[in-house]
Design a protein. Structure first.
Lengths: 249, 373
């Protein structure tokens, strides 16, 4: 599904990712762990297509297609979803309006017909309930005045609504207390599917207690320095990043 | 002295106004208040002229009285309020050079639900007078017709505890030079709400001078402008808190594309002894591209001790992070930009209380945004 080969990415001329390779198959959940500044967020942004993140070398192939050539909205319509670490607050756009616009934009790009307001509302309500997203939140301006937990729940609600093929979760655990974390993780686990791949990016092992990955990659200084099964998270937790990062890659 | 006699306008006041105008002449960019709106330059040789512009009451709700200012023997309510002395140069010009206009009155305690629709059209000078007597209420929808040049001098007197909502939409034109001065006197407990939507012209200037003259008097001004090409839109306000415990708010938002120019100059004066006055001014502009300009100038002049005044201005570009967020969720770039521009302007539009008018302004704003997003 996703094939990253020798990826080099520069931001404002400074190289952040320095030859990263990664391969994810449908149905798999991979985790990227790494200390601050290792390039985790850069990886998530370059996958989603944020301007200013320049691929200087290497390739990203998604379902056989060159992902780098696509605009962010084209990636979304083709099933790439990034749950952001810091969801943006947009005053003046209600959450419901945003969800409807986004959903129908993606449908249109796939030559599917628009859903009317009632159709979208029904769909959103059904998904919102399990994620404890209230009607009142949907009426408020997008993410404005939302707590950290509410913002993350809304990200997962969007993931449930858009049904992506490749979901990237960037530090979805940051800023969450244990109850909020559990709720978000349950939402993510409910979306695990043989046709869907997930890339969970996190600093801490904590999230991986709830979203158990098939494979873990450790990112340091722009490269994958260690890989393993879910037990690698426990080792990192016990010994810290220093221990692994210091070993020659 | 002014050439033609306007029967409904007092000749002595017209002569005073002519003297004010003669002393100052057509304003230009070296006059501080006209720095960003060089009227003299855009009018060129043609100058102000002395042609008479027209007015049209497109909808007159029952209970509202009209008097044509070109007619003799104006009733007492006209004489009590019309042609107050002014130092505003273009207001003086309109009084000196116009030979007519319209006067409208809402009698005491009349709550008018229907809209009063008043249009100013054609080229030249024209006067307007609107009087709301004690306890009256009205929604005024002002229409702006295109013209090579028009100067409207509009006086509004709000009696005690009256309520006026004023909505003015200035449609986009490339050639028109449109100047209007509104001078308002707001009595105790009365409230003025106004929204000015401007889509720009060669030079478009809306100038307001508002006096809050009694306890509890309030003025709430808002406006949006969406400008493209070489269009210009200027809202210049001066709110004077003459009495204590009065309130004013101002919220103006501008989206500027092309080589257009948006101007907001807002001065709030709190007179000596007007303690407990509360005022706020916010003006923000988004500049799309390199060619446009926004001149935002909020200003405070405080002579009282115990007041609450806030003001702020900001000019920026669309937030890149917000744009990426929307696009990453599948919304195409142009649509995402449109959504963010709408969101930016929306709180100013939301200030309009009349639901139909709010929807109308929103619709026109979205149409204008569609062109530039």
């Amino acid at each position: 599904m996703l094939e990253i080969k020798n990826l080099h990415v520069a931001v404002e001329g400074k190289e952040i990712l320095k030859g990263l390779s990664l391969s994810i198959q449908p149905g798999e959940v991979h985790a990227i762990m790494g200390p601050n500044g290792s390039g985790k967020s850069t990886l998530s942004y370059v996958l989603a297509g944020r301007a200013g993140y320049d691929v200087t070398e290497g390739s990203i192939t998604y379902k056989g297609e060159n992902l780098v050539a696509l605009a962010p909205e084209e990636r979304a319509a083709k099933g790439v979803f990034l749950a952001m670490q810091y969801p943006v607050e947009i005053p003046g756009v209600t959450t419901m309006t945003f969800l409807k616009t986004a959903l129908n934009s993606q449908r249109r790009a796939r030559a599917e017909s628009d859903l009317d307001a009632v159709g979208v509302l029904k769909l959103v309500r059904a998904k919102a309930k399990t994620l404890n997203v209230s009607e009142e939140m949907l009426k408020r301006a997008l993410n404005v005045g939302f707590s950290g937990g509410e913002k993350k729940r809304l990200e997962i609600l969007q993931m449930a609504l858009f049904e992506p093929k490749l979901a990237i979760l960037d530090e979805t655990d940051s800023g969450l207390d244990i109850d909020a974390l559990r709720l978000v993780a349950e939402g993510v686990n409910a979306l695990r599917d043989p046709s869907r791949a997930m890339l969970v990016i996190t600093h801490y092992q904590r999230l991986l207690d709830y979203i158990v990955p098939d494979r873990i990659h450790v990112l340091a200084k722009g490269r994958i320095v260690a890989e393993g099964g879910k037990e690698l998270a426990l080792e990192l937790e016990a010994k810290g990043y220093e221990h692994i990062v210091k070993e020659p890659a | 002295m002014t050439g033609v006699t306007a029967l409904g306008l007092p000749e002595a006041r017209r002569n005073e106004a002519a003297a004010v105008f003669r002393a100052r002449g057509v304003p230009h960019r070296r006059i501080e208040e006209w720095k960003y709106s060089d009227l003299k330059a855009v009018l060129g040789e043609q100058g102000l002229g002395a042609v008479v512009a027209q007015w049209l009451v497109a909808n007159l709700p029952s209970g509202v009285e009209v008097f044509d200012l070109s007619q003799p023997n104006p009733p007492g309510w006209v004489m009590a309020h019309v042609a107050r002395p002014t130092q505003n140069v273009m207001n003086a010009a309109s009084l000196a050079l116009s030979v007519g206009g319209v006067a409208l009155r809402v009698p005491a305690n009349s709550k008018i639900a229907d809209l009063l629709k008043l249009d100013f059209t054609g080229m030249g000078h024209v006067r307007g007078l609107l009087v709301l007597e004690e306890g009256a209420s009205l929604t005024l929808v002002e229409g702006v017709g295109a013209a090579d040049f028009r100067n409207v001098g509009f006086e509004i007197a709000l009696g005690e505890n009256s309520r006026l909502e004023h909505v003015r939409v200035s449609p986009g034109t490339s050639d028109a030079v449109l100047v209007e001065e509104v001078s308002l006197h707001i009595a105790k407990g009365a409230q003025y709400r106004a929204h000015f939507a401007g889509f720009g012209s060669k030079l478009a200037r809306m100038e307001l001078e508002i006096a809050l003259e009694g306890e509890g008097a309030e003025a709430h001004l808002s406006g949006v402008s969406v400008l493209d090409g070489k269009r210009h839109s200027d809202v210049t306000t001066h709110v004077i808190h003459r009495h204590g415990n009065t309130a004013s708010t101002q919220l103006f938002k501008h989206v500027v594309a092309g080589q257009a120019r948006a101007v907001y100059q807002g001065k709030v004066t709190v007179a000596k002894g007007a303690d407990g006055s509360d005022s706020s001014q916010t003006a923000k502009a988004l500049l799309l591209g390199e060619g446009g300009e926004a001149d935002l100038k909020p200003e405070l002049e405080i002579f009282a001790d115990d007041v609450k005044c806030a003001h702020g201005a900001a000019v920026g570009d669309l937030d890149a992070e917000s744009l990426f967020y929307l696009r990453a969720r599948g919304i195409p770039e142009a649509e995402a930009r449109g959504l963010l521009l709408h969101a930016f302007l929306e709180d100013a539009v939301a200030e309009i209380t009349n639901i139909d008018q709010r929807e109308r302004v929103r619709t026109e704003m979205l149409a204008a945004l569609k062109v530039i997003a």
